[in-house]
Write a protein that binds this ligand. Structure first.
Ligand SMILES: Nc1ncnc2c1ncn2[C@@H]1O[C@H](COP(=O)(O)OP(=O)(O)OP(=O)(O)O)[C@@H](O)[C@H]1O
Ligand SMILES: [Mg+2]
Length: 138
């Protein structure tokens, strides 16, 4: 359950990945979580790429909100097939996306729905910039 959710409906085409990245960047900043933008943008890239590939006939919906103090990104698609984490293959070209997502977030899950499913990623707390000592003004 998230609050302050922002939502965008995307065409199931590769160009939507970029639209999703821009949307997540803007949404996280509006929610006061600019320190989550780097992780969020990478995560949504992988999830929307997968959604567009899995459900090329139906729109993909991205929701960004806050749940239990964490930024949460949901990517809904119209396929009932569930994501399958592949064994790491450092030679193959595919099967890395969900490993990237897993490495960047606190946790992720998949929730089936009547018209497909949602893949939900809970982001890590935002990184706070700490001022560097010394070298100021050099
Ligand atoms: N939204 C989805 N719907 C259905 N199946 C999915 C979805 N996302 C991932 N999968 C399945 O899980 C597999 C692993 O996904 P993952 O993103 O790790 O690798 P990939 O998409 O195959 O390759 P890569 O992301 O490295 O280009 C996919 O090959 C696909 O079979
Ligand atoms: Mg992928």
């Amino acid at each position: 359950m998230t609050t302050n959710g922002r939502e965008i409906k995307l065409d199931p085409v590769p160009a939507s990945v970029r639209v999703a990245r821009d949307f997540v960047r803007r949404a996280l900043c509006e929610l006061g979580l600019p320190g989550c933008v780097d992780d969020g943008v990478l995560i949504v890239s992988e999830l929307v790429t997968n959604a567009v590939r899995a459900a090329p006939q139906t729109p993909c919906v991205v929701v960004v909100g806050i749940g239990a103090g964490h930024a949460v990104i949901e990517v809904h698609d119209g396929s009932s097939a569930l994501p399958q984490r592949r064994d790491p293959d450092f030679v193959g070209e595919h099967g890395r996306g969900l490993h990237v997502v897993e490495a960047l977030c606190e946790g992720w899950d998949c929730v089936p729905s009547d018209d497909g499913k949602a893949v939900i990623a809970v982001l890590r707390p935002q990184v706070r910039e700490t001022p560097r000592e010394g070298n100021a003004g050099k």
